[in-house]
Design a protein around this ligand. Structure first.
Ligand SMILES: N[C@@H](CCC(=O)N[C@@H](CS)C(=O)NCC(=O)O)C(=O)O
Length: 211
């Protein structure tokens, strides 16, 4: 049995969504956020204290896009992933890494220094600098969607799961959705219309809210 540790709206949503798209059986463990403060016993499971965390037999993983790639590889073949013989394979890998290192990372700075820190530790300069950084990088997504519905190979893949999660976070938690271009907005709507996303959101909705 696969076990996935998840917090509301967190990057573990990428793994949850992939599990639902694949139709795999799994046990979700829903934690309050941040588990580092609200469920210290979690450090015994994941010493980093972060989500996602996936357990599959002896396998232990803590990187959201790595988990998506693991699931599609281990439980594939599936059209959700690209083979190395497909023309868009380099782009596929690039989007997977881009999704967290380039598109999610700056949002964590904005979220932290605009909302999560106590008032006296907030820092609008850092937040607005990284907001600009995010929108600079988002141009790559707006441009890529000019002539296509999905990022790679003309079909929905985990590259879309990974990128759409970053957009969903920006839209719902960080307050950056008003700055989306028309291609990004329509793409996020398309991704959210997927049955797999909606099933993942039903699990997400049962998760304790942020503290
Ligand atoms: N690069 C990792 C980041 C994991 C991560 O930092 N997750 C956040 C939630 S989105 C977390 O657990 N934060 C809690 C903390 O830092 O204590 C990934 O892609 O999964």
């Amino acid at each position: 049995m696969l076990t996935l540790y998840h917090c509301k709206g967190a990057r573990s949503l990428r793994a949850l969504w992939t599990l639902e798209e694949l139709g795999l059986e799994y046990e979700p463990v829903l934690l309050p956020f941040p588990p580092r403060a609200l469920d210290k016993s979690y450090f015994e499971i994941n010493p980093l204290g972060t989500v996602p965390y996936l357990i599959d037999g002896d396998a232990r993983m803590s990187e959201s896009t790595g988990i998506c790639l693991y699931l599609t590889t281990r439980y594939g073949p599936t059209p959700l992933a690209l083979g190395s013989d497909e023309a868009d394979f380099p782009q596929f890998l690039n989007w997977l890494f881009f999704s967290d290192a380039t598109l999610t990372f700056p949002q964590t700075i904005v979220l932290r220094y605009r909302q999560l820190e106590p008032e006296e530790r907030r820092n609008e300069q850092s937040a607005s600098d990284y907001e600009k950084w995010f929108f600079g990088r988002l141009r790559a997504v707006e441009g890529a969607l000019e002539d296509r519905q999905w990022l790679c190979a003309g079909r929905f893949t985990i590259a879309d799961v990974a990128i759409a999660y970053a957009l969903h976070l920006a839209d719902t938690a960080v307050g950056l959705g008003d700055g989306f271009g028309p291609n990004v907005r329509a793409y996020l709507d398309r991704c959210r219309a997927r049955t797999g996303f909606q099933k993942a959101m039903r699990v997400d909705q049962q998760t304790p809210t942020w503290q």
